[in-house]
Design a protein around this ligand. Structure first.
Ligand code: 5GP
Length: 213
C-alpha cells in the first residue's frame, strides 16, 4: 500500500517547484537546507557562482562554483544569470542553465539567495515559493556567527549590520520560519515543501482525468 501511494504521488506531481530561501548569515539556513536535501527525495539545490574565496572545507562546484570577478562579469554580460547580487562585497549569482537543467529532470529546486536576488527573481519568475528564515534574536545570531569561527570580528560586525537590513525585507516572502530550535524549524520547512507539492496547479491534470474515466 505504501509503495502504491508513493507511485501515485510521483505520477500526480508534474511541475517542479522553485523554493527561494533567504536569511541573514548565521540564521541556520544552510543547515536547514542540507537537512532537507538529505531527507527529501526529488529536491536539489542549484549551485551558485561566486567571486568569494572558498572557506575551509568548501568544495568547488558543490558548495559554490568559485570564479574570478572577470569570469562573473562576462557571465552577467552574456545574460547567464537568473539573478545576481553583491553580498558582503562578493558577487553571487544563480545560473539560468543550472536551474533549467534541474527543472527539466523534474526536481524541486532550492535557491539559497540573498534578499536582493530574491526581489530580482520575483519580478521575472512568478511561480516560486519564497521562504525567510529568522534568528530568534540578534544576540542568538551574533553567538552563532562567533561560534562557527569562519569570519573575523570585522566581518561578523558587517554581517550583523547587514542582518538588520535583510530582516526588514521579510514582507517580500510567503513564509517565515523562526529558527529557534532546529528540529521545529526543519519540520516547518518540510511542511512548506510538502504543501507546495500538493498544490492543484502542480498536478498532472491529464492523469487526474484518467481517474474519472
Ligand atoms: P556565504 O558567503 O555565507 O555562503 O553566503 C552569503 C550570502 O550570499 C547568503 O545570504 C546567501 O544566501 C547569498 N547567496 C548565495 N548564493 C547566491 C546567489 O546565487 N545569488 C544571490 N543573490 N545570493 C546568493
Amino acid at each position: 500500500m505504501a509503495a502504491a501511494n508513493a507511485e501515485i504521488k510521483r505520477t500526480i506531481q508534474r511541475r517542479g517547484n522553485l523554493f527561494v530561501i533567504s536569511a541573514p548569515s548565521g540564521a541556520g539556513k544552510t543547515t536547514l537546507c542540507r537537512k532537507l536535501l538529505n531527507k527529501m527525495s526529488d529536491i536539489k539545490m542549484s549551485v551558485s557562482y561566486t567571486t568569494r574565496e572558498p572557506r575551509r572545507g568548501e568544495i568547488h562546484d558543490e558548495d559554490y562554483t568559485f570564479v574570478t570577478r572577470e569570469t562573473f562579469k562576462k557571465m552577467i554580460d552574456k545574460g547567464e544569470f537568473a539573478e545576481w547580487a553583491m553580498v558582503h562585497g562578493n558577487l553571487y549569482g544563480t545560473s539560468i542553465k543550472r536551474v533549467k537543467e534541474l527543472n527539466s529532470k523534474g526536481y524541486d529546486i532550492i535557491l539559497d539567495i540573498d534578499i536582493h536576488g530574491a526581489i530580482q527573481l520575483k519580478k521575472s519568475y512568478k511561480g516560486a515559493v519564497y521562504i525567510f528564515i529568522l534568528p530568534p534574536t540578534m544576540e542568538a545570531l551574533q553567538k552563532r556567527l562567533i561560534h562557527r569561527k569562519t569570519d573575523s570580528e570585522e566581518i561578523i560586525t558587517k554581517r550583523l549590520d547587514n542582518a538588520k537590513a535583510e530582516i526588514s525585507e521579510y514582507k517580500n516572502y510567503d513564509y517565515i520560519i523562526v529558527n529557534d530550535r532546529i528540529d521545529t524549524a526543519y519540520k516547518e520547512l518540510e511542511s512548506i515543501v510538502l504543501s507546495a507539492r500538493l498544490k492543484t496547479e502542480c498536478a498532472d491534470h491529464e492523469w487526474i482525468k484518467k481517474i474519472i474515466n
